[in-house]
Design a protein around this ligand. Structure first.
Ligand code: C2E
Ligand code: MG
Ligand code: MG
Length: 731
């Protein structure tokens, strides 16, 4: 831009030219006296004594004024005039001539002479004519300057227009482009020539045609104020259309300055001539807006609609269903044991699982249905089209089946189930929040009664859900109010008929409901993390109950304590347990911890390390409920497992199914092969105990040998056993 201004300044200076004369006359005296007179006022005066010399000088330099004699040797004045005219030399010629013939004079004028004086002439008159000629020259100079300035200004504006980041255009009366700036190529990918003469509508995105028509037509009638509207313009690039803010203002005569102002009728100026406008590319703004809207209505992890969008859709669906009298189905979906996966594999893998679960669920639903993620492992499905209960059941079954195949996370096979609660509009409620709450409650009922299934809401469920909520606060009070108790169940070696171990089982003396077993409160305890305090309480109570008794200390009975996933996830878990045995003076060999397979899922290395610390100290590790978890058998090789507890569900099958019996045999055989001890849990009859004994599993626990009992009762058995042993040894 600076360069442009400098070049303009230079050009402007060139026009302030000094006056230069060429005096041509073969009569020396006449020439000299004229030069003398001229020199009084002007300094730049050159002389020539004939036409030939004059032509040669004119070729060499520029003269503003040539004062020319006609009759001269070599080349005449006419010839000089003809030369000047033919060569289009920019100079003014005043002729001085002795000739009087009209022909000569006419010829000189025809050849371009500015004025003619007949010799002898009055110098005053000549001077007057010279001044007129110079004035004329001056006016021409100024005109040239103005034109130059205009040209420069035009270049400047063109530069600004063409280098504008916006598309600048002019439409003629017919709505065709009569001008577009250079930016059009960069913005839309067209050549200017592609657009000139074409109607604007060819370049407007189809869906915005009406809007554009309104904009451009309205401009013709309405006021002159600018107006901005968003339009999509068709592109000749990889994006089919781009959003633009299109501003238009009608062009009127005065703004263009095409016609002179009509002073009598100034209204004439407002005749519509076309439209001038600017279109600004707002793609990035639109993209940002889109992202913000997306974020406001979607879950960023799974890209599913979020709670806000679900509420919108649900609200709409309810209003439609109210009008049409149709039913509406809402499903609350929650993954089973997701927390365990998150804790075991870490949040990154947990997130990946959620994304894959969302994809599988989405594949099962129809286009009009809304599957939303409410947060964590909670999803919600809205079926807005009329759906019967039977159809809803089919959808729920399909969703459950879709998660049946394993997921592969960090190269490991992971299984996850889902529990679904269903509520129906308007049967269960006609209020959004109540419908969601009811579906949620139904889902909790599924979880409480075994997980991986679906159920419809009914009022009984509400009662159960309320109970769950009260469990959490009840548990906190239970700790404070000393409502907890441990029951002890003996583990027998059937070969010696002696108690070799005892399992500590937690009970809650509920103030209203009486004695409650862990199945009543354990899930709430884990979810609310009250379990950490419970485990701590159990350890200390067991230590004082058993190791406070000399009878027990004297026996060789080992005590088994159940721990939860939360316990072993704690960083200092092994160190704390070891220091616990130190504080109570418990011989580590008398302590066994029971953990389930699911607890070290995904995090086998960390678990191995922790359990190894305990094993090194002499504390035994038992796998509880063996065979019911998800983990691969690999861990049996890696972990320092001492005991496998065959789950009650397998034992109860022994006398009912061949397969069940075979499975028990297989577990025992495998454990024996690995040098791991087995205990059968839940042995209730001799058929079972005989079968187990036959397979070489002689450690058993179950009602057949003794139900879980209070400490006093248990210690009586210990005393009895001790005295039997001592009486035997005395004998
Ligand atoms: P578990 O460790 O597998 O305990 C064995 C369960 O089987 C006990 O249930 C016991 O009462 C029951 N049982 C024993 N013999 C028989 C039998 O012959 N037939 C039948 N049908 N059942 C029998 P309980 O006491 O209700 O405990 C349930 C589960 O709660 C336990 O399963 C254990 O995983 C957990 N649990 C118990 N106490 C604690 C504790 O202090 N901390 C933790 N984290 N979990 C505990
Ligand atoms: Mg146990
Ligand atoms: Mg068990």
């Amino acid at each position: 831009m600076d360069n442009l201004l400098i070049s303009f300044e230079k050009k402007a200076r060139r026009f302030k030219r000094p006056t230069s004369f060429l005096v041509v006359d073969d009569e020396q005296r006449a020439r000299e006296s004229l030069v003398k007179l001229l020199k009084r006022q002007w300094s730049d005066i050159t002389e020539a004594e004939d036409g030939e010399e004059a032509i040669s000088l004119i070729q060499q330099r520029q003269f503003n004024l040539v004062i020319l004699d006609l009759n001269m040797p070599k080349k005449s004045g006419d010839q000089v005039l003809a030369f000047i005219r033919d060569k289009k030399i920019n100079t003014t010629v005043i002729v001085l001539s002795g000739e009087t013939s009209i022909n000569k004079v006419t010829e000189a004028v025809r050849l371009g002479a500015y004025d003619i004086f007949k010799k002898p002439y009055s110098f005053d008159e000549l001077e007057h004519s010279i001044r007129n000629a110079l004035d004329k020259l001056h006016v021409e100079d100024e005109k040239a300057q103005i034109q130059n300035r205009l040209a420069h200004s035009e270049r400047l504006h063109r530069y600004m227009v063409d280098n504008s980041p916006d598309l600048i255009y002019i439409l003629n009366l017919a709505g065709e482009f009569s001008f577009v700036n250079d930016s059009v190529t960069k913005l839309l990918g067209y050549d200017k020539a592609d657009m000139i003469g074409k109607h604007y509508s060819e370049f407007i995105a189809d869906e915005d045609r009406l809007k554009a028509e309104y904009l451009f037509n309205e401009r013709r009638r309405a006021s002159r104020s600018n107006r901005t509207i968003e339009l999509g313009l068709k592109c000749n690039t990889k994006d089919p259309t781009k959003p633009f803010d299109v501003t238009t203002c009608p062009i009127e005569l005065n703004s263009m300055g095409i016609y002179a102002v009509d002073s009598k009728d100034p209204k004439k100026l407002s005749t519509y001539q076309g439209t001038y406008g600017v279109a600004r590319d707002i793609s990035s703004r639109k993209k940002a807006e889109k992202l913000i809207t997306f974020q406001a209505y979607h879950d960023l992890l799974t890209k599913l609609p979020n709670r806000a969008m679900l509420h919108d859709r649900l609200d709409l669906a309810i209003r439609q269903a109210e009008r049409s009298g149709e039913t509406l189905i809402i499903m609350f979906l929650d993954l089973d044991r997701f927390k365990l996966i998150n804790d075991s594999f870490g949040h990154v893998v947990g997130d990946q699982l959620l994304v894959e679960v969302a994809e599988r669920l989405k594949a099962e639903i129809r286009t009009g249905d809304t599957l939303a993620r409410l947060g964590g492992d909670e999803f919600m499905l809205l079926l807005p089209q009329p759906t019967s209960r039977e159809q809803a059941e089919k959808v729920a079954q399909k969703l459950i089946a879709s998660l049946q195949q394993p997921f592969y996370l960090k190269g490991k096979e992971v299984y996850i189930n889902i529990s679904i609660g269903i509520s129906v509009f308007p049967v269960d409620s006609s209020d959004i929040n109540t419908l969601i709450k009811n579906a949620d409650m139904a889902m909790y009922d599924v979880k409480a009664t075994g997980k991986n299934g679906y159920t419809f809401y009914d009022s009984k469920i509400e009662h159960a859900a309320a109970e769950k909520i009260s469990i959490e606060s009840g548990l906190r009070n239970a700790l404070k109010n000393d409502e907890l108790e441990i029951f002890y169940q003996p583990q027998i070696d059937v070969e010696t008929r002696k108690i070799v171990g005892v399992e500590a089982l937690l009970r809650w003396n509920h103030p209203q409901l009486g004695l409650r077993r862990p199945s009543y409160f354990m899930e709430q305890a884990e979810e609310s993390r009250i379990i950490e305090q419970l485990s701590d309480w159990v350890l200390h109570r067991v230590a004082s109950d058993l190791f406070g008794s000399q009878e027990f200390v004297n026996s060789q009975i080992r005590v088994s304590i159940n721990l939860s996933a939360t316990d072993i996830k704690q960083k200092d878990f092994p160190e704390n347990l070891v220091s616990f045995t130190d504080v109570y003076g418990i011989e580590p060999g008398r302590l066994e911890i029971e953990i389930t397979e699911n607890m070290f899922m995904g995090d086998i290395q960390a678990s191995t390390h922790k359990l190894q610390v305990l094993a090194n100290k002499g504390i035994s590790i038992a796998i509880d409920d063996f065979g019911t978890g998800y983990s691969s058998l690999n861990y049996l090789r890696e972990l320092p497992v001492h005991t496998v507890k065959i789950d009650y569900s397998f034992i109860s099958e022994i006398e009912h199914s061949k397969k069940g019996a075979a499975l028990v045999a297989a577990i025992i055989g495998m454990a024996q092969g690995l040098g791991i001890q087995t205990i059968a849990e839940g042995v209730e009859n001799t058929q079972q105990s005989d079968y187990l004994e036959g397979l070489g599993c002689h450690l058993m626990q179950g009602y057949l040998f003794g139900e879980p009992v209070k400490i006093g009762h248990f210690l009586e058995s210990v005393t009895a056993q001790n005295s039997n042993v001592s009486s035997l040894s005395n004998a």
